[in-house]
Design a protein around this ligand. Structure first.
Ligand SMILES: *Cc1c(COP(=O)(O)O)cnc(C)c1O
Length: 360
């Protein structure tokens, strides 16, 4: 067997143990003689998977009775629309913080629904950075405050979530369960599964139940959080196979010590890679302001675009994939999500040293 060192930004690396379990169970799930994909979403076999996924995520995220875990479709991108459609009432405005490409997309959709206040805009800053969230001019009476926890393209991350009077809504697509946080600080969090939780096609939403009651009854049924809450994410056929993989990942995360265990592992991985960048004497230059560096998406530049292209080409030949920076910014990006093993980072650092020795 030969697994690549996978630094893809998303869809991204999954734990090998999860893939092996899925392979083992692929044609005969739990002695039922069929794959979990072939089971009814209303049947006993799938029901147990669905329930375990919700229970495990509840444990991992500290979900209490006043919140609910939902599995939706449409990606984080649909949440850019569903959040304002459900939470932004007539005569209200929502607060947004523009920290980069993903926040910008969320803002674009919210503006189609209602008035939006931009509290800060760091989206064009180079080096990439984030504002001081404790000092933002939050609007009294805002419907909610929307933040992007980790800017996947810029390689920046909110270091400390703000305490806001209005419900705090966070796009956690690229850093959910990579570190400890207090869910009670939030009204709603969402994440496309394909970075830290599982395959594409499932979107995790955790919502404080009372917020779902804000939506107008005229909103299309599938777009209302309350529909999915009332039917435990089984109003229509959910992405059963994706939820099954997510359930396996949730088991894996629990075995790793949950968010606290992952945070320790993730910080160690990120520190090592940033140290390699910082100790290169300027050959490698981190693109994010140090205090806002992401522990999930590590971004850096080389002295020239030619060298960057050469770096990516040679890395690819060594089975290190996904290192090309996002097409909008260039450079190098290593996405080192929960499931990215320490060996992959060690291999990358060794290659970086070798590449510099030959080209520095
Ligand atoms: C990848 C990403 C998205 C988009 O997710 P989709 O599931 O493709 O819609 C949104 N926000 C952030 C922060 C992301 O990293």
């Amino acid at each position: 067997m030969s697994r690549a060192y996978n630094f893809n930004a998303g869809p991204a690396v999954l734990p090998l143990e999860v893939l092996e379990t899925a392979r083992r169970e692929m044609t005969d799930f739990n002695g039922t003689g069929m794959s979990i994909m072939e089971h009814s979403h209303r049947g006993k076999a799938y029901d147990a998977v669905h329930a375990e996924a919700i229970a495990n995520l509840g444990q991992l995220l500290g979900v209490t009775d006043d919140y609910q875990v939902l599995f939706l479709q449409g990606g984080a991108s649909l949440q850019f629309s569903m959040v304002p459609m459900n939470l932004l009432g007539a005569g209200q405005a929502a607060d947004y913080v523009n920290t980069g490409a993903w926040a910008g997309k969320a803002i674009k959709e919210a503006k189609k629904v209602g008035p939006v206040n931009i509290l800060a805009d760091t989206s064009k800053d180079i080096p990439t950075t984030m504002p001081d969230f404790a000092a933002l001019p939050y609007t009294p009476g805002a419907a909610y405050v929307h933040v992007t926890s980790n800017e996947t393209i810029a390689g920046t991350q909110i270091q400390q979530y703000p305490r806001t009077e209005a419900p705090l809504v966070a796009d956690m697509s690229s850093d959910i369960l990579s570190r400890v946080f207090d869910l009670r600080q939030f009204g709603l969090i969402y994440a496309g599964a394909q970075k830290n939780l599982g395959p594409s096609g499932v979107t995790l939403v955790v919502i404080r139940k009372d917020l779902a009651e804000r939506a107008a009854a005229t909103l299309p049924t599938m777009l209302q959080y309350r529909t999915h809450m009332a039917d435990n994410s089984l109003y229509n056929t959910p992405p059963t196979f994706g939820i099954y993989i997510l359930m396996l990942v949730s088991r894996w995360l629990l075995a790793k010590g949950g968010a606290a265990g992952m945070e320790q592992i993730n910080r160690a991985k990120a520190d090592k890679l940033y140290a390699a960048i910082d100790q290169s004497g300027g050959f490698y230059r981190g693109t994010a302001v140090k205090e806002f560096r992401s522990i999930m998406n590590i971004t850096w530049r080389l002295p020239s675009e030619d060298l960057e292209a050469q770096f990516i080409k040679e890395a690819t030949a060594l089975k290190m994939s996904g290192l090309k920076g996002h097409r909008s910014v260039g450079g190098i990006r290593a996405s080192i999500y929960n499931a990215c093993p320490a060996e992959a980072i060690d291999a990358l650092i060794a290659f970086m040293g070798d590449f510099q020795a030959r080209n520095g």
